[in-house]
Write a protein that binds this ligand. Structure first.
Ligand SMILES: [Zn+2]
Length: 316
């Protein structure tokens, strides 16, 4: 570790481990999982690049893995697990949470956890919804996650966003109490500027923004004593991936600066301390308590209407 990193706050590094054709909310020739085996697979070679970058920086990360990918490439999951990285779930078929019924969501989650736990040999306790698709309307997913052994969710973007995004949500990790038990919700990092909340530390935002903007975001969060969460998809460092015919704006966000992402990640990994989601949360002093009340997440101890506990149970 370089001396400038010593004493720095630990930040979470996440990889959403999926294929280049796992797109959310856009019609492609790969909408149906039955077509996925017909597509060229890039996930192993792309992930190997990321593993090398992490190795260079002596950093560990959390790989939020699509169960279908783990079924196809169990050796990749075993390798990264043996290298000390954390394996989490990114569902089995990469479908947006709010397009599913609670029963469909539970079934898909269980299938992913079964394969991920078996292949990785890990407990698998972290989860990210595809496309950060956790919205108020699908908070019913939290007790289901907890019932299935998930204790950390990294699906919330506390800012407005295409699919998902909960404007006004806590920027700090919280402990969410549900009838099935408590789980930590660790929201994606955002920066606040000109009265607006903007993600900056992952995916298309990370590729689009210049390093001074990204560093400003890190500084703003670190000053508040808050770790930053960075995320990347294997395809985002792969200029050779097949191109999908996406709507203009979506295509721009999907492919902007792909050729320079590897170098940007190398710089980030040199500049800041990164670890798994679990290790990062271990360094967080205290988590404010929240609960599900009538389908919404509210601080515990805040004014709640009479009978709120009963309502919360009904909402679950
Ligand atoms: Zn995804």
């Amino acid at each position: 570790m370089s001396s400038e990193k010593t004493g720095q706050i630990l930040n979470a590094f996440c990889i959403d481990l999926e294929e280049w054709f796992h797109v959310c909310e856009a019609s492609t020739p790969y909408d149906d999982p039955k077509t996925w085996d017909s597509a060229a697979s890039h996930v192993v070679k792309d992930t190997e690049v990321i593993l090398r970058l992490l190795d260079e920086a002596k950093a560990h990360a959390t790989f939020l893995t699509v169960g279908w990918v783990a079924e196809r490439h169990p050796e990749l999951i075993r390798r990264l697990s043996n290298a000390g990285h954390e394996v989490g779930s990114h569902t089995h078929f990469h479908r947006l949470v709010y397009t599913l019924t609670p029963e469909e969501f539970a079934q898909d989650l269980k299938r992913s956890l079964e394969v991920l736990r078996q292949v990785s040999g890990q407990a698998v306790v972290s989860f990210r919804a595809p496309g950060f698709s956790m919205k108020r309307e699908c908070f019913w997913a939290y007790p289901i996650l907890r019932e299935n052994g998930i204790t950390v969710d990294v699906s919330v973007v506390p800012a407005p966003r295409d699919h998902g995004g909960i404007d006004g949500f806590s920027r700090d990790p919280i402990l969410l109490h549900t009838d099935a038990g408590a789980l930590t919700v660790f929201p994606l990092s955002i920066l606040s500027a000109l009265g607006r909340r903007v993600p900056f530390s992952g995916g298309g935002y990370l590729r689009l923004f210049s390093m001074p903007i990204i560093k400003y975001g890190f500084r703003q969060n670190h000053r508040a004593g808050r770790p930053v969460m960075t995320y990347i998809h294997p395809r985002e460092i792969d200029p050779q991936q097949p191109r999908l015919d996406l709507p203009r704006m979506k295509g721009f966000k999907y492919y902007v600066n792909i050729a320079t992402t590897e170098e940007k990640l190398r710089t980030l990994l040199k500049t800041y301390r990164f670890g798994t989601v679990t290790d990062t949360l271990a360094g967080v002093q205290s988590l404010p308590d929240y609960q599900l009340v009538d389908g919404d997440i509210v601080p515990m101890g805040a004014r709640v209407p009479p009978g709120a506990d009963r309502l919360a149970q009904r909402a679950i």
